[in-house]
Write a protein that binds this ligand. Structure first.
Ligand code: 5AD
Ligand code: SF4
Length: 391
């Protein structure tokens, strides 16, 4: 199973490599390998994340060849330009991203959190929740399985804000994953120290997922006790300055939030120069102070996806798992409204139900291979290729 198409290096200039995919040329940054023209590579998020031999590349290319053009044709047919907002957003997605849909695996390695966000089921004060931590060796093993057996090329390492994992252990985890399971490593560790993020970049992490949650300081400060929005935004900017691909966004449906706030949050995500938009609906959790809040409508979320795409032709836009939880057809609908990215949970099954940020999370009951099969069949039906061809 494979979530990216290998490309052939056809040009190298000052760290920027031109990669050929069946005649289409894309640029990528090379920070990890010695490369020559003729080498085969995988690209994710604009970075060359793996070099492979011709012997490994050719059979994969061969299996892709027919499908690659067939999927493009389906997407081309479905994504006509004129029409309502969703159709216009989808046409823009196609114009700037072709039919590629990047798929990230996510490993939720600890549900301990020192924070107490009002919306979140793994908040510190939820004493009813059983807590788990994966040992570094188990995280590395899970990543190796996801990359080397299942074919993932990008992995999100996510936890609550859990300082049990210090700089030394996280550095070890990132270094070993880069070595044993070459992929785009995306950190989702919450508001940890800037120095920690710097160190992990130097160890090979290249993505950071950190939502600002809401651009309204009054709502933010009410729902995240002891934290201020300014600190969060500053950290996001520093991560961007360091070179991280930044994935940020907000929650839809927070108490006190208006339709205008959602549009402002889209603008704020753009102004942070976010490489990937990650936003989704609030799914109220019964063991949190927001238990009585109503989830937003499917339409509100779809509109936000379309608005985000119309505002940001070049960004990756994720169909979030909380949206899948709200709407069984979220993947298809979201991808047809301008989104071009998905996440698949690769956390070992025994832990999944304890990462209970919101109830009834979509997909956690399915065995990983069944989940992958389900998603691939949706992607193929709308002509999307599960890959990321770079800039
Ligand atoms: N519903 C939807 N998303 C939630 N998150 C936390 N709690 C909920 C909830 N009840 C999101 C936050 C956080 C991410 C890890 O999960 O936006 O950044
Ligand atoms: Fe912790 Fe993140 Fe949940 Fe807040 S949203 S309680 S920081 S895991």
């Amino acid at each position: 199973m494979c979530y990216a198409i290998p490309g052939k290096v056809v040009g190298i200039k000052e760290g920027i490599v031109t990669v050929d995919y069946f005649g289409e040329k894309k640029k990528a940054r090379n920070e990890f390998y010695e490369l020559n023209n003729g080498d085969y590579v995988y690209v994710q998020g604009g970075f060359i994340i793996q070099k492979i031999s011709e012997r490994e590349a050719l059979p994969v290319l061969d299996s892709w060849k027919k499908l690659f053009f067939k999927l493009k044709e389906i997407d081309f047919r479905l994504a006509g330009g004129a029409g309502n907002k969703y159709r216009r957003a989808n046409a823009l997605r196609q114009k700037y991203h072709g039919n590629s849909c990047c798929i990230h695996g996510i490993i939720e390695f600890s549900n301990y959190c020192r924070s107490n966000c009002f919306y979140c089921g793994i908040r510190k004060d939820n004493s009813a929740l059983a807590r788990y931590r994966m040992e570094p060796a188990e995280i590395i093993k899970t990543a190796s399985y996801a990359v080397n057996e299942l074919g993932f090329k990008a992995l999100v390492l996510q936890s609550g804000e859990d300082t049990w994992y210090d700089e030394k252990s996280l550095s070890h985890i990132v270094t070993e994953i880069r070595k044993k399971a070459p992929c785009l490593i995306i950190l989702s560790l919450g508001e940890r120290e800037e120095a920690l993020y710097r160190r992990l970049y130097d160890d090979g992490a290249r993505g950071a997922l950190l939502r600002f949650e809401t651009g309204r300081p009054d709502i933010y400060e009410k729902l995240r006790p002891g934290r201020i929005l300014k600190d969060r935004l500053e950290l996001i900017k520093k991560l961007k300055d360091k070179g991280y691909l930044v994935m940020t966004g907000f929650l839809i449906g927070l108490p006190g939030q208006s339709g205008g706030d959602i549009l402002n949050d889209i603008k704020l995500t753009s102004s942070l120069d976010s490489d990937m938009f990650s936003f989704g609906p609030l799914i109220p959790h019964p063991a949190t102070p927001l238990a009585g809040t109503a989830a937003p409508s499917v339409e509100t979320v779809l509109e936000a996806i379309a608005d985000a795409r119309l505002d940001n032709p070049r960004a990756q836009i994720l169909v979030n798992t909380s949206f899948e939880t709200l709407d069984a057809a979220a993947i298809r609908n979201g991808l047809m409204a301008g989104a071009n990215s998905l996440m698949i949970n690769v956390t070992p099954e025994k832990y999944r139900k304890f990462y209970d940020i919101y109830p009834h999370r979509a997909g956690i009951d399915l065995a990983i291979k069944a989940r992958i099969g389900h998603i691939l069949s949706i992607l193929h039906s709308i002509g999307r290729a599960p890959t990321d061809l770079g800039l």
